[in-house]
Design a protein around this ligand. Structure first.
Ligand code: FAD
Length: 460
């Protein structure tokens, strides 16, 4: 007998019943066929009503690509998922344009029995889902396929920090970290509509000045091969080296996770199969599960996740008290963008992001904290950091980015530290701190003079 999708993953956005019509899965955040609870649930419903499952892709406002680099990565990934769906006789339809009008129009045309959507905690997507659900004559349900422990189930409020979320996740993890049933070939032979990728691509108002990068290959297969390589060659040294930006000790999985080209649950299951390296395994799973799921919790429960209004009260207070502190350096958005600061280490981090589409995790903290130090207000720092992060990072426009930037600039999920000029009680990080951890000169050489070569991720 087929295993049913756990009901705790499902959130009924409206209370309409499932009607006897085809089931439409609106793929948006979880752009994959394998290990996808939303797709599995949509197929389960389709079987229950004896009708067809249809997959439609339409961008998700708030986390849709804003540069050509991200758009290209997404489209190449989607094309390969489309092919897999085709082999499973599951029709795939591409919807260029605004989901607010496109989705209801398709659901109406199909006389859909229900629309199933991916869970995405970002404000614009949540608002949109609720607006569509209100008007829909069919059931609109959201499935959390991104978190291992469903975000709405693990906690009903904004968690204070990792230490408050961790025990809740640990308690529920054995119930949710289960293997996936397979997706089944559909019986109907109805051909897919020919996807018009060109119109779809043109419909995005992406910043075409940010070119695709060649060092990270897109798609489900590439994601699986990055995971395999990390498990074989990288996991063992993760605990020791992940904070060293001159070593390639991180997994490189964040672009795939962001676009949903791989499931975090699949990654965790595979990591568990690896005997040994227990310290590295734990360190990696802490990031993949606790930190990542904390970001979704933050964005779901704090609508101001991308502004200073989302900071904790102690941080707002200390920043008010230090608002007139003198700034030694002040830079404009253009100077930051062009990596034209006085600090070679910062410029190297910015260049790593611009040229490779992914800055090392440790440098992201340094990078964001320096933006706070070199702008007039925390509000300006937030706007600049988010703009640059979302423009260049392949994993940008993600809850992890909003939480990471709010942590660096506004003390979110952190605690008050010793008071100092300008930063107040926000945790401070400077170049000496970096020098004590890794060879900063080497990092600068790697990214400012192009030495050190580029590691290619996702080669089959
Ligand atoms: P690994 O170290 O291999 O970790 C595996 C996975 O765990 C990551 O892919 C990610 O999903 C999760 N993870 C790791 N570190 C964190 C963290 N600190 N918070 C939440 N989840 C984490 N992450 C993004 O996905 N998109 C962003 O736009 C982004 N912007 C950031 C901006 C700043 C200022 C900071 C401080 C952090 C940001 N992060 C962002 C979080 C983190 O730096 C990246 O997820 C990580 O560096 C991605 O590389 P990796 O996949 O090789 O990570």
């Amino acid at each position: 007998m087929k295993r049913e999708v756990d009901e705790r993953r499902i959130y009924k956005v409206n209370s309409k019943p499932v009607r006897p019509g085809p089931i439409l899965y609106w793929m948006s955040r979880d752009q994959r066929v394998a290990d996808n609870w939303s797709l599995l649930y949509a197929q389960q419903l389709a079987r229950a009503v004896g009708r067809e499952l249809i997959v439609a892709f339409c961008h998700s406002p708030g986390s849709s690509p804003i540069s050509l680099r991200q758009l290209d990565f997404m489209i190449q990934g989607l094309k390969s998922s489309e092919k897999t769906l085709h082999d499973l006789h599951i029709p795939f339809q591409l919807l260029p344009g605004e989901p607010e009008s496109e989705l209801p129009a398709l659901a109406h045309e199909l006389e859909a029995g229900a629309v199933i959507a991916d869970f995405n905690p970002l404000r614009k997507t949540q608002d949109l889902l609720h607006r569509i659900a209100e008007r829909a004559p069919y059931a609109l349900q959201e499935v959390d396929s991104h978190n291992i422990v469903p975000c709405r189930h693990v906690s009903g409020k904004q968690e204070y920090a990792a230490y408050t979320l961790r025990p809740k996740i640990e308690k529920l993890l054995p119930e949710f970290l289960t293997d996936f049933p397979g997706i089944e070939k559909q019986e109907s032979e109805k051909p897919s509509v020919q996807s018009d990728w060109e119109t779809f691509t043109v419909s995005f108002l992406a910043d075409r000045s940010v070119q695709p990068v060649e060092n990270v290959r897109p798609g489900e297969r590439a994601a699986a091969s990055v995971l395999k390589e990390f498990l074989e060659k990288g996991l063992a040294s993760y605990a020791a080296d992940r904070n060293n930006p001159v070593k390639n000790a991180q997994s490189g999985l964040s672009p795939y996770l962001h676009f949903g080209q791989i499931s975090a649950q699949r990654i965790a299951l595979e990591v568990h199969k690896h005997a040994g390296h227990s310290e590295s395994r734990e360190a990696f799973l802490e990031e993949l599960i606790v930190r990542k799921e904390l970001s979704d919790n933050f964005c779901l429960h704090n609508r101001e996740y991308d502004t200073v209004d989302g900071f904790p009260d102690w941080a707002k207070k200390t920043q008010r008290e230090h608002k007139d502190d003198p700034r030694e350096y002040l830079y404009t958005l253009e100077q930051f963008d062009e990596a034209e600061t006085h600090d070679a280490l910062w410029n190297a981090a910015q260049s790593e992001m611009v040229n490779r589409g992914k800055m090392h995790g440790y440098m992201r903290m340094y990078w964001a904290k320096k933006i706070l130090e070199w702008t007039r207000t925390p509000s300006e720092a937030m706007a600049i950091a988010i703009y640059l992060n979302d423009k260049y990072e392949l994993d940008g426009c993600d809850p992890n980015g909003y939480a990471g930037i709010a942590w660096s600039i506004g003390g979110v999920h952190d605690r008050a530290w010793f008071e100092r000029p300008l930063f107040g009680k926000i945790r401070y990080l400077n170049a000496n701190g970096c020098r004590s951890k890794f060879n900063t000169k080497r990092y600068i050489d790697m990214h400012l003079s192009g030495e050190g070569g580029i590691r290619t991720l996702g080669t089959p």
